[in-house]
Design a protein around this ligand. Structure first.
Ligand code: 5GP
Length: 193
């Protein structure tokens, strides 16, 4: 998505540890008209898929998933990262290694919000090593729901997550894929969708 690449070049900041900060428009302060265009683009690239529900993970994925869901006309369910007294009934859980916080945590979803046979699109802001996406996919597999695709706003293509998911045959579409990233600049991969 050209407008996304341009926005990353304009407002993104490269931080040590291969971290790209985009918190002026995507995952802290949120530019809603811009994220609206991202939602439209997800609808375009997954137009051939049956989507009954969008699954994401708190916190950064939620806003993007909600805007995207309006284009699909479906509900959003988000996995939680901590137990809470508001979570009741049977739950799916999967262990995830956090890239940005360098710790392991459980992702948790109440079973009644993901059912066998439901067609699910996973949406998230970043793909790095793929741990968050793998945790969500594990929950989908456990539930018997059907994974239709994984939509990522920014994939760091020099890390392993994308390669791993594509090798598993997962329909992964990232709206921008960063080929390389350093203080000297960013390079993007060409997309064929
Ligand atoms: P993964 O699980 O694929 O290793 O990492 C994905 C998660 O880590 C994303 O949900 C995102 O919250 C966070 N993350 C990974 N890399 C970056 C980055 O470069 N910048 C930001 N802002 N978040 C990142």
């Amino acid at each position: 998505m050209k407008a996304l690449e341009e926005r990353i070049l304009k407002d993104g900041q490269v931080r040590p540890g291969h971290i790209l900060k985009v918190d002026s428009f995507l995952n802290h302060q949120m530019d809603i008209p811009f994220i609206n265009e991202i939602g439209k683009e997800f609808k375009r690239v997954f137009a051939d898929r049956q989507v009954d529900k969008i699954l994401t993970i708190e916190a950064s994925g939620i806003g993007i998933a909600c805007i995207t869901a309006q284009y699909f006309g479906v509900p959003v369910v988000f996995a939680k990262k901590a137990q809470s007294i508001n979570l009741d009934g049977d739950q799916y859980t999967a262990k995830v290694q956090s890239y940005t916080h360098n710790k392991t945590y459980d992702v948790i979803l109440t079973k009644k919000y993901l059912s066998e046979g439901e067609h699910v699109l996973v949406i998230d802001d970043f793909l790095a090593n793929g741990c968050a996406a793998r945790g969500l996919i594990e929950i989908i597999e456990e539930s018997g729901a059907i994974l239709e695709g994984v939509g990522i706003v920014i994939e760091k293509g020099f890390q392993e997550g994308g390669k791993d998911l594509r090798a598993r045959g997962i329909n992964l579409k990232s709206l921008a894929i960063i080929k390389s990233m350093s203080d000297d600049g960013l390079e993007f991969e060409e997309l064929d969708y």
